[in-house]
Ligand binder design. Structure first.
Ligand SMILES: Nc1ncnc2c1ncn2[C@@H]1O[C@H](COP(=O)(O)OP(=O)(O)OP(=O)(O)O)[C@@H](O)[C@H]1O
Ligand SMILES: [Mg+2]
Length: 295
């Protein structure tokens, strides 16, 4: 890990020394409107009542990426630079799978908005593009779930998901949604619970991740940020590896080090430096780096 912190500290120092030219206006596409506060979407009835049979039967559990966010589509385009970087990440994880047998990969970051959901959604997209691979994305961010929105799913698709599985209201396999093109499975966060950390402490979580690893070649888990919440600290030991997303020129090396300490440095298999802007001959563009941690 020290290699990563040295790198972050170096870029912080350089940032202080270099007077950057004014940045052009970069329109940041959003996955959609911000979700309301957790309490607003939660009804106590959801906690007590099991998911009705009718709800399950009516649920449309198949979707495609026609309405997916432009960022997800760009990653899956074989001709884009960012797509190439995601495929590089896929190759490196593939190598680690061969060497160390990893299957469940937790995507997290130190603080909010560093690009976890973007990374998890893009990664599942490129993993699904590999012929014959069975892959699953779990949205384990039960506070601010955005993976479904990044795939263009509306709220009704989230009626059954991880929160219902962890409450024992539905089985993991019955809660899965299927993307048809490219083919992958998706376990949405489900209705927002008032007590995500408590739910993540349930033994059902471990059973679910084990069942997922048995059924799929890859399981990618989107999660909340590490600092200030215990959710990711509960998830990390149950996953085979952690990919830490760091927003370039934004999150300090000290905070990243704190976060790495909380989840356990030895669990981190790689760090992604996201949204690094590079000045080429005439313009900036987003860059996406993956730096393998020496094991
Ligand atoms: N490399 C990138 N290129 C373009 N847009 C990006 C990139 N990374 C992130 N974004 C955009 O930045 C916003 C925040 O990203 P994202 O939702 O992935 O962050 P997050 O870490 O999951 O946030 P949260 O902590 O709220 O869950 C989104 O609109 C996303 O599309
Ligand atoms: Mg997110």
């Amino acid at each position: 890990m020290s290699e990563i912190f040295d790198f972050l500290k170096k870029t912080e120092k350089e940032r202080k020394q270099v007077i950057l030219p004014p940045e052009p206006e970069v329109e940041e596409p959003d996955f959609g409107a911000e979700p309301g506060p957790v309490e607003a979407s939660w009804s106590p009835a959801m906690e007590a009542e099991p998911v009705s049979q009718e709800l399950e039967l009516c649920r449309d559990d198949r979707f495609d990426l026609t309405d997916a966010a432009p960022q997800v589509k760009t990653v899956m385009d074989p001709l884009t630079l960012i797509g190439e970087q995601f495929r590089l990440l896929r190759s490196r994880l593939g190598l680690m799978q061969k060497q160390r047998g990893i299957k469940t990969v937790l995507v997290t970051s130190t603080v909010p908005d560093e690009g976890k959901t973007f990374t998890a959604s893009g990664l599942i997209g490129v993993l699904a593009q590999e012929p014959g691979k069975r892959v699953l994305l779990i949205d384990a961010d039960m506070r601010k779930p955005r993976s479904g929105v990044s795939f263009g799913l509306n709220g009704s698709a989230s009626s059954v998901g991880l929160s219902e599985v962890l409450q024992g209201n539905v089985s993991f396999r019955d809660a899965l949604l299927t993307c048809t093109n490219p083919e992958f499975s998706f376990l949405s966060s489900g209705p927002l619970p008032p007590n995500p950390s408590e739910l993540l402490s349930s033994p059902i979580l471990e059973q679910t991740l084990k069942a997922a690893a048995a059924d799929f070649d890859w399981v990618v888990v989107d999660s909340p940020p590490v600092l200030s919440l215990s959710d990711t600290v509960l998830l990390a030991p149950l996953c085979d590896a952690v990919v830490l997303v760091v927003r370039a020129n934004s999150t300090s090396a000290r905070l990243v080090e704190d976060a790495a300490g909380r989840i356990g440095k030895e669990r981190i298999c790689g760090v992604i430096l996201n949204r690094q802007k590079h000045l080429t001959s005439s313009k900036y563009y987003y860059q996406y780096y993956y730096r393998k941690v020496k094991s």
